[in-house]
Design a protein around this ligand. Structure first.
Ligand SMILES: NCCC[C@H](NC(=O)CCC(=O)O)C(=O)O
Ligand SMILES: NC(=O)OP(=O)(O)O
Length: 316
């Protein structure tokens, strides 16, 4: 694998899931693989799980790790070409990416959506520019439109906990007062479209995700109906794609409670975290026997290890 930016980069999903499960059983089996190589992890936005799990996975593979909060500590980076740099950005990505690429063999980047300009966000300019100018493999640590390491961890978690050959997986919108990106939901749909599952997506009207991501997922606007018989309930808030970046509703009746979970087929609850308790999901669900959120977050380490292993194999 040359880069890990989206599902398109994955040569074989089931092999990648298996690689994650193998890493979980034997974390240090490939410790020689990353020896004398360095990964740089660049964060333009906050992170708990991605930062620690990717660092840990890289160390399990013997890689040296450099983490930088570029959003806080670095020079403001200009991403556009040919502009007069007389604003607040002191450095151009052309130099910054090339310089970081000279220090690091792999670069991981987190850069969220602006939620103000849909066309620009969906062009993924930060990732395209680093890919163009760094000269080394680029790993997506959550971009404007996708979060593939999360989606891979979700696939591993579903594989571990599924009780049916083809489980019903329901992605449900959850209420939140802040506008959040579509990245996690988009990416989850993208990966579920290639997994052995029945995908249903439910949200209030006006929250339709880009059809490019929903794919063959069935959209049902009635949450109760969508949840019927679900094996996995995957919660996430996102802001409107159509009315880009807007919060159109924070209807509390969309919060996941035990009553909602009782509509499922003894379903498990999943969420990428962080999440706001009793806004999006009730305590009773998170603290109850059906929540998988901790197992899911723990699997981020093995997802990152599987992806990094594939990148290292591609560098040989
Ligand atoms: N990396 C996981 C999700 C990150 C981000 N959540 C957030 O920004 C939550 C912020 C808050 O609840 O204030 C998102 O939805 O894409
Ligand atoms: N799920 C996830 O990506 O968490 P962080 O934002 O804490 O990395």
């Amino acid at each position: 694998m040359k880069h890990f930016l989206s599902f398109q980069d994955v040569p074989d999903l089931s092999q990648l899931i298996t690689s994650g499960i193998v890493a979980k059983r034997n974390p240090f089996g490939d410790q020689e693989m990353g020896k004398n190589k360095t990964i740089g992890l660049l964060f333009f936005n906050s992170s708990l799980r991605t930062r620690i799990s990717t660092q840990k996975a890289a160390q399990n593979l013997g890689l040296n790790v450099i983490v930088m909060n570029v959003g806080q500590d670095g020079w403001g980076l200009e991403m556009e070409e040919g502009v007069i740099m007389n604003g607040d950005k002191a450095e151009h990505v052309k130099e910054a990416a090339a310089v970081i690429g000279s220090y690091c063999d792999i670069i991981g980047i987190r850069s969220f959506a602006s939620l103000s300009d849909r066309e620009k966000d969906y062009q993924e300019i930060v990732f395209q520019q680093f890919k163009k100018y760094a000269g080394v493999p680029i790993i997506n640590l959550e971009s404007a439109t996708r979060h593939p390491l999360q989606s891979l961890a979700d696939c591993i978690t579903i594989e571990e906990f599924k009780l049916k050959e083809r489980p019903k997986v329901v992605l449900t919108w959850l209420p939140h007062f802040k506008p959040l990106p579509q990245a996690v939901a988009n990416s989850f749909c993208e990966w579920m479209n290639h997994a052995e599952v029945e995908l249903v997506v439910t949200h209030p009207k006006g929250y339709d995700l880009s059809p490019d991501f929903v794919g063959k997922g069935q959209v049902i606007y009635d949450q109760d109906k969508a949840l019927e018989g679900a094996d996995f309930v995957y919660g996430k808030n996102w802001s409107s794609y159509e009315h880009y970046g807007q919060v159109l509703s924070s209807d509390p009746s969309w919060m996941i409670t035990n009553d909602k979970m009782s509509l499922t087929d003894n379903g498990k609850f999943m969420h990428c975290l962080p999440l706001r308790r009793n806004m999006k999901v009730a305590d009773e669900v998170l603290d109850g026997p059906h929540s998988l959120v901790i197992e899911q977050a723990a699997n981020r380490e093995w997802a990152a290890q599987a992806a990094l292993r594939e990148i290292l194999l591609g560098m040989k």
